[in-house]
Design a protein. Sequence first.
Length: 238
Amino acid sequence: MRLGLAFIASLAALAAASPAAALDRAPDASNDRWVEVTGEGSISAAPDFARVTLGVTSTGKNAGEAMTANAKAANALVSLIKSEGVAPADIQTSEVSISPMFSQPSPNQQTAPTITGYSVSNNVAVTLRDISRLGGLLDRAVTAGANSVYGVGFGHNDPSGLLDKARPLAVADARRKAEIYANAGGARIGRLMVLTEEAGRQPPVAFSRAYAASAPTPIEAGEDKLTVTVTARFELTQ
């Protein structure tokens, strides 16, 4: 919360003058009597899509062998994803990496680690429009060769309508705070002078797991929270 310079000076002078004398002055053209606060408005709603990254990691004695094994596993995974009705536009390779694997000599051995093979990873980001199918997709993806799952998250295709509902709540919250401060100083809230917005949503709950289980995977999407934060400057009147 910020106060205009004249208002701060007025508050400091209350010990020497009455509130009426300290604040009984009409706003001048410079608008130096104001109070600035932040307000927040939130709306919760069920998400309408899920996003998850599925990974396949393969190893081999050399880089070529590891790449070949990984390409086979990754192709099987992508085929499975497409068979689940996921559109090609909702399937995207997010990372491909290859790295050497080293031996781990015991502390008593006076030898340097040597390359024993190579590891190749291929991660595929998937957007699922039907959230109810996510648990089944994860289970079948593991069967198809996926051995890691990263960052299950949920969101809204078009959050603009929800944010529009949160905006008036944010402004009302800012006005409520401004009135509290103004009343405490013996003033009143006048016109809204400046209003700025910072919109966003609460980050989704992340989910990361290495898979080896055969039990069905329960997925609960819950509700997504979208929040609008505004900074508002109100004129202070007598």
